[in-house]
Design a protein around this ligand. Structure first.
Ligand SMILES: [Zn+2]
Ligand SMILES: [Zn+2]
Length: 334
């Protein structure tokens, strides 16, 4: 399917826009009303650069404040802010004993982000080659093989490609009121993170900003033009154009002129951009499961056009085909 069609590939999403309850103009001063989406809900919870990096460290067993401070290189203020946030949403649990400083532990909710971490590593290794990254070896404990994680359709077992997906509104297709600014910002680049365990830092650098990630998610639905992005994501136009430029600079988007006077561009996902789809799908599936506080059900239903069945992406080992369970992988850094 071509992402450069004139209308987004999810017509229901587009036409329902202005008719949906609560148009952006009725939003609270510091909030933003956008179409309910499990991806944006997941991103609003854990999609921030430092949340992603902190969770990654906890996955590798780093669970003290000082350990995380050293690993991420972030300021104490930003780190304690994110740890508080992650505890508040049930992604970390703090244990204290005998007057010592507490340790932070994964919960069931955050453990299920394992699939996202696997797909993040797969993307990172495909597009970035550094000696540090090349030295990272993933071994599946079950089959004993060195492997690459991949995502397959649970129904037909084909590799998942974002171009083979059809979207329809689900039972939870409403609008979400989202807080515009929730956290302290840090200008530190994810590429400067000292931790050797930070094995998907380039992905975090690109995706770890909520508006940038939201723009990528919209592109998966076929949105291509500035006005289309802006209608769905009514943030300041300079913020949006900055994010589009950023994605183009990083090779996630390409652009081409669709009009000469005045010259206007539309954006499309490159192969590198489409290859982010499995990572986003893991977040969507996680959001469906963990970020549905109203219990309305999935805001969006996905169908795999390959088999015409509901799409659920399963992260598997490319050597034995088995699903990768949390902590079933040994990661060595040589
Ligand atoms: Zn399928
Ligand atoms: Zn295996």
């Amino acid at each position: 399917m071509n992402a450069l069609t004139d209308s987004p590939r999810c017509p229901a999403m587009k036409t329902n826009g202005s008719a949906a309850p609560g148009s952006p103009s009725t939003a609270e001063p510091n909030s933003l009303l956008t179409r309910a989406s499990s991806i944006t809900r997941a991103l609003d919870e854990v999609g921030d650069k430092w949340c992603l990096l902190v969770i990654q460290e906890v996955f590798w067993g780093i669970n003290t404040f000082s350990g995380m401070l050293e690993a991420t290189g972030v300021s104490r203020g930003v780190l304690s802010d994110r740890l508080k946030w992650l505890q508040g949403i049930g992604c970390l649990r703090k244990k204290t004993s005998g007057g010592r400083a507490g340790t932070y532990h994964l919960t069931r909710k955050s453990t299920e982000l394992y699939a996202s971490a696997m797909m993040a590593i797969a993307w990172e290794r495909k597009y970035f080659r550094t000696p540090a990254l090349d030295a990272v070896q993933l071994r599946h404990q079950r089959c004993g093989q060195v492997f690459t994680p991949e995502m397959r359709c649970r129904e037909c077992n084909e590799l998942v490609d974002g171009r083979d997906v059809r979207y329809t509104p689900g039972p939870g297709a409403t609008r979400d009121s989202r807080i515009k600014k929730v956290r302290r910002r840090s200008s530190l680049s994810a590429n400067k993170v000292p931790s050797q365990r930070s094995v998907y830092r380039n992905l975090v650098e690109i995706v770890g900003d909520r508006w940038t990630a939201n723009v990528i998610a919209l592109a998966f639905h076929g949105y291509a033009r500035f006005d289309e992005f802006n209608r769905e994501l009514p943030v300041a136009t300079n913020i949006l154009s900055g994010r589009l430029r950023f994605l183009e600079q990083h090779g996630v988007f390409g652009s081409r002129a669709y009009q000469q006077r005045p010259r206007r561009f539309e954006y499309y996902l490159t192969e590198k951009g489409w290859d982010l789809f499995p990572f986003f799908l893991t977040l969507l599936q996680w959001g469906d499961r963990w970020c549905d506080s109203d219990k309305r059900g999935a805001p969006m239903l996905l169908e795999h056009t390959h088999c015409n069945k509901p799409l659920f992406g399963v992260v598997v080992c490319d050597q034995c085909g088995e699903e990768l369970e949390p902590f079933s992988v040994t990661i060595s850094l040589e």
